[in-house]
Write a protein that binds this ligand. Structure first.
Ligand SMILES: *Cc1c(COP(=O)(O)O)cnc(C)c1O
Length: 402
């Protein structure tokens, strides 16, 4: 038997039938079919409330690539101060729910038509290179629109213990810290609308002390760059990187401790400006559940397999093939037996014809048979849109907002 990660608190406290947004998993599947992702915005609202209490005065941005479903975005975006987008497609979706002044566009390889769309709309471009800044300024000139430009900095800081390191090394993201001041001076001299700094050092960090340390170093870097460039940033986006516990032994981030340290750091910083934190998975991962029905229960050489009608084509991350080195089990449950005795050891496999398609590897669950629904938790971020939906030609999963 291998351990599973912890159920998110809203579900761990339940017993019997799993309820998502006031309705049972069986009802969601009856109405919307299987497999289906169900997203509960009230869980996002609870995370936002916790953030607001822990970090008064800090802007909260949502990195919408974590979950860009338009209906979900419409439900949660009023809770956010800003949206961070990473393509012209996300920009178009974001503009339906937020004013352009609250949208920033990061990401390497922005094409001229994407720069044009952002400048025309009035969204902020977080420029990732000197070349991109040059193109954005030229496009602004040609359009007769002053572009809103921020500089994304590739920091000389690494977020210790983060699942995905984004700083401290050669990177396609951002301008190296040692060249950022010169670029800021050029942007200001060119007459662009200077929007500030974007410094993102990593993702999926669970080590609170490491996050505190990184934020302190980020504040110091922002102050240094401001002094070197001689231009006050209207906004310093400190990145985020708060992780969620996916696996056995993972512990949640202590947001209150981060907030206290950040408030102290800002009080000591020479910068008199606004600060933002941008988060994706911490806000939305726990709000989503992927429901998939058991199609077959079979034995092979002493192992029991529950074969479900979903798989990695919908929820790649749970199969261990999205950003993890070692495959470990996401939290799973038999949807109508939450809290029941887990006296069966099974492997939950998807319907794809590849051994990679394993959603649970020798996990302990209450006994489940054909027709039962398996719940895969932590499916609210990097699920449907971060999975290879075209692989093997199965239908897409449903996605519903509770
Ligand atoms: C993806 C991304 C995020 C969100 O990361 P999470 O791990 O989902 O919080 C934030 N900022 C930038 C620049 C990103 O690319």
């Amino acid at each position: 038997m291998k351990p599973m990660g912890p159920l998110p608190p809203e579900f761990a406290s339940q017993a019997g039938s799993l309820t998502i947004g006031g309705r049972s998993a069986d009802e969601w599947v009856a109405d919307h079919g299987s497999p289906v992702f169900v997203y509960d915005p009230s869980i996002v609202a609870a995370r936002v409330a916790r953030f607001r209490a822990a970090m008064p005065g800090i802007d909260l941005h949502y990195a919408m690539k974590a979950n860009p479903l338009p209906a979900f975005l419409a439900a949660v975006s009023p809770l956010m101060d800003g949206l961070d987008v990473a393509s012209a497609g996300e920009l178009a979706t974001a503009l339906r729910v937020k004013p352009a002044g609250a949208i920033s566009f990061a990401g390497p390889g922005k094409r001229d038509d994407e720069l044009t769309a952002a400048i025309t709309a009035g969204a902020t471009l977080n420029v990732e290179s000197e070349g991109e800044a040059t193109r954005a300024l030229a496009i602004g000139d040609a359009l007769g629109i002053t572009p809103r430009l921020a500089v994304r900095v590739n920091p000389d800081i690494e977020l210790r213990g983060s699942g995905m390191k984004m700083g401290g090394r050669a990177s396609p993201f951002g301008v190296d810290a040692e060249r950022a001041a010169a670029l800021i001076r050029r942007i200001v001299a060119a007459g662009a609308d200077w929007r500030g700094l974007h410094i993102f050092a990593g993702s999926q960090a669970l080590d609170t002390a490491a996050i505190v340390e990184t934020q302190a170093a980020t504040l110091a870097l922002a102050a240094r760059l401001t002094e070197e460039a001689g231009a006050m940033p209207p906004l310093v986006n400190l990145g985020g990187g708060f992780g969620v516990p996916y696996f056995s032994g993972d512990t949640p981030v202590d947001v209150e401790r981060i907030g206290a340290a950040l408030a102290a750091g800002i009080a000591e910083s020479p910068l008199r400006t606004r600060h933002a934190i941008e988060l994706g998975r911490w806000l939305v991962a726990e709000a989503g559940v992927y429901l998939t029905r058991v199609v077959d229960r079979k034995e092979s050489r002493g192992e029991t397999f529950l074969v479900v009608d979903g798989g990695l084509h919908h929820q790649l991350a749970a199969s261990g093939n999205f950003g993890t080195v070692v495959r470990r089990n996401y939290p799973l449950a038999v949807a109508d037996r939450i809290g029941a005795l887990a006296d069966d050891v099974v492997s939950v496999v998807g319907c794809l014809c590849t051994p990679l398609d394993r959603l649970g590897d020798r996990v302990a669950l209450p006994r489940a048979d054909v027709g039962d629904v398996i719940a895969v938790f932590l499916a609210g971020a990097y699920g449907a849109t971060a999975s290879p939906g075209g692989f093997l030609g199965h239908a897409p999963a449903g996605e519903v907002v509770a």
